[in-house]
Design a protein around this ligand. Structure first.
Ligand code: GAR
Length: 194
């Protein structure tokens, strides 16, 4: 059984898709906790599935390092095999990444290395490209730079705005997140050799 801690910052639609997908004794994955850096609406999905939640607010700590240390200790309390960033919008310092990587994965709403950062979909539309996508990758010390596990292409449609394009990308992100986590659980994906 693969135990997973999921970190979110917002609506948590990727988290919800994961919780639905593994809600069967035949799937060898358990989300042991869901954490966030603030009062994220997506924590309600964890409540619905009876999964414990925690919040480690960045604003309660004097610097990024002390905040991330508390976040790390809280995660360690659940002894996860894997930590999944599913819309977690804070930058994590090197010490945190060293502690969990390569068992630390992230989803991102672009075809990395194109359009990294917090505004991938807006930046994609601003650039006027016709094709974008979804990426899931192992987290390294850069911002959205780690080794790619899977990518999917999504067409930018005439008339797309940030909301419509992001929603079409998220359909793929959810599948990639589920495919990756179940693949790791079933030993079909070895994150250390990506
Ligand atoms: C996702 O699109 C994810 O790629 C993005 O936040 C969204 C969360 O959606 N993350 C990043 O941009 C990280 N760089 P959700 O809250 O509905 O799951």
């Amino acid at each position: 059984m693969l135990s997973v801690v999921v970190l979110i910052s917002g609506t948590g639609s990727n988290l919800l898709a994961l919780l639905k997908a593994i809600d069967s004794p035949l799937v060898p994955v358990r989300v042991v906790a869901v954490g966030s850096d603030g009062p994220a609406p997506g924590l309600a999905h964890a409540d619905l599935y009876g999964v414990p939640t925690f919040v480690v607010e960045r604003s309660m700590f004097p610097d990024r390092e002390s905040w991330a240390k508390r976040l790390q200790e809280t995660i360690e309390g659940y002894s996860p095999d894997l930590v999944a960033l599913a819309g977690f919008m804070k930058i994590l310092p090197p010490a945190f990444i060293k502690r969990f990587s390569p068992n630390l994965i992230n989803i991102h709403a672009s075809l990395l290395p194109l359009f990294p950062g917090a505004h991938a979909v807006r930046d994609t539309l601003d650039a006027g490209v016709t094709e974008t996508g979804a990426t899931i990758h192992v987290v390294d010390e850069g911002i959205d730079t780690g080794p790619v596990i899977f990518q999917r292409t999504v067409q930018v449609m005439p008339g797309d705005d940030v909301a419509t394009l992001h929603e079409r990308i998220k359909v793929h992100e959810r599948e990639l997140l589920i495919e990756t986590i179940i693949g790791v659980a079933e030993n079909r994906i070895d994150l250390a050799s990506i």
